[in-house]
Design a protein around this ligand. Structure first.
Ligand code: NAD
Length: 336
């Protein structure tokens, strides 16, 4: 390989993380030892941090833990109530992972529009969960194309890793009868993943996104006390259905998602898996099951996948391929 080519291919991708809660911090830790990507930008509700040569992840985490925002970081930190907008305006970033709460259910779509209004060009990846949230992004498809943004949606664990696994599994079949996703999540305390837990509560009978968003922390605690910290979720409105329908795998009503979340124990209450049942071209009915290792955390499965899609998106962007894609349409790459 000539020196010139080597220097182009070995230039690390400059990435950013929006939202610095449970998933955002896990994303930063996961990316720190990688050589192909450097974390240059981070934003939370109260501030942002930017360093073109790379941020010190430990210092970002300790600023957030001790003072409540990465904006307090001595080198590169800025306090702001418009953190995302200011970061877009002052930084050079190839792609962002949006580890933001989707509360209200339109928030991530509004952030995407903010990028377009700023004439920003690059790759955006989300780990959005609800069908209705992905549908909002689908309506922006031609806008992303025109803005030269490559947007990959539903790139967490479910939707994300398990949806992509369902696409792979479906290759054995002539017809897909059902896709059944069951997830188990174990976290030591709910405060580490407030948005995730609020969004899960929104799926319980009698709750909505707005009701869950309006709950105080004390009300969330009280609800969790009633169930010993465990949330059992059935027939969730999860975007795996629309993503698999769009990818031509099966109608959305054949896709079901449910799970058990233990907010007081990092051990998974049940194994996370996807079962894909179908009929082969010879007429046999069978089920493929893909089960995640119980030792893998939600953070590992979501953030690993999100960066795999971010790398794939950056490759698409460099080939001038823009618009909206889902995790069911693109194969994630592996970030070294
Ligand atoms: P969290 O509550 O721990 O952290 C949210 C972060 O976003 C905080 O740092 C907060 O300061 C920041 N933030 C909030 N509003 C902001 C704003 N306007 N501007 C800038 N920053 C802002 O959240 P979490 O539990 O890490 O969850 C993040 C998202 O990941 C949620 O939407 C959740 O549903 C999603 N998620 C997806 C999957 C999946 O498999 N697809 C799994 C888990 C979580």
């Amino acid at each position: 390989m000539s020196a010139d080519i080597k220097s182009i291919t070995s230039t690390p991708m400059r990435v950013g993380v929006l939202g610095f809660g449970g998933l955002g911090q896990a994303a930063a830790k996961l990316i720190a030892p990688k050589s192909e990507m450097i974390l240059v930008a981070v934003a939370d509700l109260k501030g942002y941090a930017y360093a073109s040569q790379g941020l010190n992840v430990d210092k970002c985490i300790s600023a957030y833990a001790s003072q409540g925002s990465v904006g307090y970081l001595e080198a590169g930190g800025t306090l702001s109530s418009q953190s995302i907008q200011e970061l877009i305006d002052c930084s050079e970033v190839d792609g962002y992972f949006l580890a933001l709460p989707n509360l209200p259910n339109t928030f991530i779509a509004s952030v995407a529009q903010m990028f377009m209004r700023s004439h920003w060009q690059g790759v955006l990846v989300d780990a959005i969960k609800r069908t209705s949230a992905v549908e909002q992004l689908l309506t922006l498809k031609s806008d992303f194309q025109a803005a030269k943004i490559t947007y990959l949606t539903g790139c967490g664990a479910t939707p994300g890793l398990l949806t992509a696994a369902a696409v792979l599994a479906s290759q054995s079949y002539a017809e897909i009868h059902s896709v059944k996703i069951t997830f188990g999540v174990g976290i030591a305390n709910w405060e580490a993943y407030r948005a995730t837990i609020r969004e899960d509560i929104a799926h319980l009978p009698g709750y909505s996104v707005e009701r869950a968003r309006a709950m105080t922390d004390a009300q969330v605690e009280a609800l969790l006390d009633e169930t010993n910290g465990v949330l059992t979720l059935e027939n969730m409105e999860h975007a795996d259905d629309v993503m698999l329908e769009l990818a031509g795998i099966c109608d959305r009503d054949r896709v079901t998602v449910g799970g058990v979340v233990d907010t007081r124990n990092p051990t998974k209450p049940i194994s996370t898996n996807v079962q894909v049942t179908g009929r082969t071209f010879e007429g046999r009915i069978s089920t493929h099951t893909f089960t995640l290792g119980d030792e893998t955390s939600m953070a590992a499965n979501v953030c690993g996948t999100a960066f795999g899609y971010l790398k794939a998106g950056i490759e698409l962007q460099r080939r001038s391929i823009y618009g909206l894609f889902t995790a069911a349409q693109i194969m994630p790459q592996f970030v070294k």
